[in-house]
Design a protein around this ligand. Sequence first.
Ligand code: GLC
Length: 519
Amino acid sequence: MSRTWWRGAAIYQVYLRSFADGNGDGCGDLAGLRSRLGYLKDLGIDAVWLNPWYPSPMADGGYDVADYRDIEPVFGTLAEAEAFIAEAHEHGIKVIIDVVPNHSSTASAWFQEALADPRARDRFWFRDEPNGWSSIFGGPAWTQVPDGQWYLHLFAPEQPDLNWDNPEVHREFEDVLRFWFDRGVDGFRVDSAALLVKSDDAYEDLDGVHDVYRRWREIADEYGDERGERVLIGEVWLPDQERFARYLRPDELHTAFNFDFLSCPWDPAELRRVIDLTLATHLPIGAPPTWVLSNHDVTRPVTRYGRADTGFQHGGRLHGSPSDPELGRRRARAAALLAMALPGGVYVYQGEELGLPEVEDLPDEVRQDPMFARSGGANPGRDGCRVPLPWSGEEPPFGFGGPGPSAPPWLPQPEGWRKLTAQAQLADLDSMLTLYRSALRLRRDLLGDGTLTWLPSEAGVLAFRRESGLVCVSNLGPVAVPLPPGELLLASGPVEGGALPPDTTAWVTGGPGPGVSGR
Ligand code: GLC
């Protein structure tokens, strides 16, 4: 693989708690992940990104990090993490881990020191008076400590914000990056990347944050070698494209998640607008776009696309609104082939390749996401997209706990998932898993980094050609349309008599125009 592997990579997101449970305690772990590396290799992805695996009280699914240089005991040990990195590399899979620099945990040594000694508070945001900010999870963003001072937490009270005006905080994270680069990781996903630097009246996208990433980029660049460059991927949710693009300047982050695409409704004009805007933002600065349909924070695509309102909205406003599972599935398949044909990198969130729906009827008492409790139940939170994966068998835990007896998974799986297990889908040529496996393989040979040329098409149809000659056609209109000439490589639904049905994407090659290379 080339040094710039990340420019066109397919990256699979592993939510470790819910991926595979190696010791049968009901919670996913490194042993489970290691046992499933063959599955990931066969899927055809280039890298995995793991959500935080550090010691954590789990007030926010591990985004409350108590120690940035170790592994949560429920997940395993540092030695197992090192073994996992080495084995992933043997399977040809790169490893990206989450770094959480905006906030730490009230259980961290630094915060405990700050609590005990007011002179040790400069690593956080302690003030005598709160300033009225609200937490992104609901409720106030300030909590009072026993001696009367208040500390800032943009997320849960267990996640105190770090003070990036303090040089010690900079040194600490530079050292943390080196700690994991020295252990072989290929990159970092930077959590809440636009929030680090704050003033007394603003906390998003302040200019000083770019100095942090310039320094981090120097460190990442030091580690690049024959295995390839080490990468920094930003979680940057910003409405302004010009501000967003600043994070991807050549001496800053390598890529960032495309949340406009993730939130976009299943609508041809809107998708075309978002794709064009994405390309216009990225291509001039030489950064590859990314295409994301889901992650651990948002509604599963098959559920979202089956609703009347197909956009993603924060705050769970659409939770429980009617969703047609067949329609949702058809569109999610079409969206996957569209996303994978676009130039740049693509993300697959675990379970997306199985077509798992959002679990909307979890009992309140099992919900763990702080968004649920902090909104007084008004926001169902994100547990519904974090339910443990079904691997095999006819009943829960569907092989999640490995071959032997195991405790119930930390969130209950629906009975109906017997049809969605990886095992059942591998045997089914029409399954979501088979589609993802075929698409990811073809994508490796024919797609990835580059640009696209839009082709003339009927209303409701998106059609473009890639440099390899592959043409991607998505029909979002109400009636079937003729397929372009050429060989049909793959389609997300049945294609009969040369016609592409509604809510279907096809990949075609060999028609007029530049021929296919790289096969
Ligand atoms: C990011 C993560 C989310 C987490 C939040 C606070 O948005 O994706 O899961 O709750 O940061 O760390």
